[in-house]
Ligand binder design. Structure first.
Ligand SMILES: Cc1cc2nc3c(=O)[nH]c(=O)nc-3n(C[C@H](O)[C@H](O)[C@H](O)COP(=O)(O)OP(=O)(O)OC[C@H]3O[C@@H](n4cnc5c(N)ncnc54)[C@H](O)[C@@H]3O)c2cc1C
Length: 465
């Protein structure tokens, strides 16, 4: 570092045009400002630069580079591995970039790089529109989109990146560019799955779809039925209409409404459904599955606004809990894998620990593996093994369960994993997740970030570095 004063103080002196707050360890709001969603991540940046616009982003990048400080970029701060923050470096916090502009005629929404999906879903929902995102409304648009974006609407309308029309980025050089099919198409290819490796996105433009009321919610079965229900699910879903999606899950029923008291704290397996269409068509679509398995303990599927389904599990997963994530892509679920799931899924170490299988077929398969950086278009599910608990004393137990569970199932996986649901697991794991796209990503990285300024992420090294 070339200064003798602390980075936050140096930034305040040097960045006189910076509009947002510049927060350092000596400031009263530092503890709150440095906290991220996963409380297992406890990093102490030297400076948190809360950018008010793209010019602030460029100034903060320049400051970090000039002072030789590691740079992290924070969108919604949800990343399990804590890749939105860094010890002793500069965090560019995008949480002030909140503009949202829906164009109902063009069926698009323009979104600031620091928005959360709940904010976007509420705005598009007012027009009966939605763009595919995830399953929790507090997740950041930035990280979820740049990593791919899997959720309730994936089978019907594709990944989030399949609905990205353009992005405005600040590059490592400080230059501001637009990436789209027409402008910087190589960059546009890379940011659709390649994460925050290429620049800071100040604004996204998404296509939206007519999605007003959906028919959704969970069906729960006793965990003892898990093998039977999972076997039926793996046969059923790939042939189900695209309007229907459902992710398989192991859960402990939360002791609160809307869950009936008699099943509170019961170990269950479940499928959380989302049907884009009428209640009658939803019933028809679900019938073959429901007729082939035992009666559920609870079938809470009903019409509701899309934004309501997106927020249904927010209360169960508030910020500030301990999280340990593992993940794998899955093409098939053979009987041996079903038995292992039934074993591990019925022994979670805490009430919130869970395993989800997110479908990635349907419209997600319309896009070829090399059309975007997101290569696993031939997989059918993304599995995530998430150990979660409020109590830091249980951190080891949730970590152990996630690791043991994923390691047991990994031999039945497709190889790589969804980068947004991995921990910081090293270069080989990142390469495995991009497969044949990795080489091209490394070349784009060399063009746009040859010095690897953006390296606090699932990192792609510049070709030749
Ligand atoms: C409770 C929970 C539920 C989830 N559910 C889903 C789901 O249903 N579907 C799904 O696909 N994923 C899901 N995820 C995973 C989620 O996609 C990742 O955690 C993602 O990294 C979160 O993005 P963020 O912006 O909130 O995180 P951050 O920690 O802020 O950032 C994550 C990464 O993205 C980069 N980044 C963020 N914003 C920008 C930007 N504007 N420009 C450049 N780089 C940026 C950061 O530098 C960092 O490397 C979930 C996560 C949690 C915690």
């Amino acid at each position: 570092m070339s200064t003798t004063v602390a980075p936050a103080q140096a930034a305040r002196q040097q960045l006189s045009h910076f509009q947002g707050p510049l927060i350092g360890p000596e400031d009263g709001d530092y503890e709150q400002a440095r906290a991220v969603y996963n409380a297992m991540i406890d990093r102490r940046p030297a400076l948190i630069a809360r950018a008010a616009d793209a010019a602030d982003v460029a100034a903060a990048i320049g400051f970090a580079r000039e002072h030789g400080l590691t740079l992290a970029v924070r969108g919604g701060a949800h990343n399990g591995a804590g890749l939105g923050t860094v010890d002793d470096g500069v965090v560019i916090d995008l949480s002030l970039l909140k503009h949202i502009a829906v164009d109902p005629n063009a069926r698009t929404v323009r979104v600031g790089g620091g928005c959360t999906w709940g904010e976007v879903d509420r705005a598009t929902g007012e027009h009966g529109l939605a763009t595919p995102s995830g399953i929790i409304s507090t997740t950041g648009v930035g990280g979820l989109t740049l990593g791919g974006g899997l959720g309730y609407l994936t089978r019907r309308f594709g990944l989030t990146i399949d609905n990205l029309l353009e992005a405005e980025l600040v590059l490592a050089s400080g230059e501001q560019v637009r990436a789209s099919a027409q402008e910087h198409p190589d960059l546009f290819w890379a940011i659709r799955g390649g994460g925050g490796n290429f620049g800071v996105v100040s604004s996204f433009l998404f296509r939206t779809h007519e999605v007003g009321t959906i028919v959704g919610g969970p069906s729960f079965w006793p965990v003892e039925d898990a093998a039977e229900v999972m076997s039926a699910y793996r046969e059923f879903l790939p042939g189900a209409p695209r309007e229907l999606s459902g992710f398989f899950a192991f859960h402990t029923v939360p002791p609160a409404p809307p869950f009936p008291e008699e099943i509170h704290l019961r170990q269950v397996c479940g499928i959380v459904w989302c049907y884009v269409g009428s209640e009658e068509h939803a019933r028809e679509a679900l019938a073959p599955l429901l007729e082939s398995v035992p009666e559920p303990l609870m079938h809470g599927v009903q019409p509701m606004p899309h934004a309501m389904l997106q927020g249904m599990f927010d209360g169960l997963y508030p910020p500030g809990h301990q999280w340990y994530w593992r993940a794998d892509f899955v093409s098939e679920i053979p009987d041996e894998a079903v038995q292992l799931h039934a074993r591990f899924g019925s022994q979670p170490p805490s009430m919130q620990s869970t395993m989800h299988l997110y479908p990635i077929d349907g419209a997600a398969h319309d896009v070829a593996p090399s059309d975007t950086a997101w290569s696993y278009r031939d997989a059918n599910w993304a599995a995530v093994f998430a150990g979660v608990d409020a109590d830091p004393a249980n951190a080891d137990a949730i970590r152990r369960w996630s690791l043991d569970y994923q390691e047991a199932l990994h031999p039945y996986s497709a190889g790589g994993a969804y980068v947004n649901m991995m921990m910081d697991e090293g270069e080989e794991r990142v390469r495995a997740s991009y497969r044949e796209n990795y080489h091209r990503l490394a070349q784009v990285k060399r063009s746009y970030d040859p010095e690897n300024v953006f390296r606090v992420n699932q990192n792609i090294r510049p070709a030749g570095a």
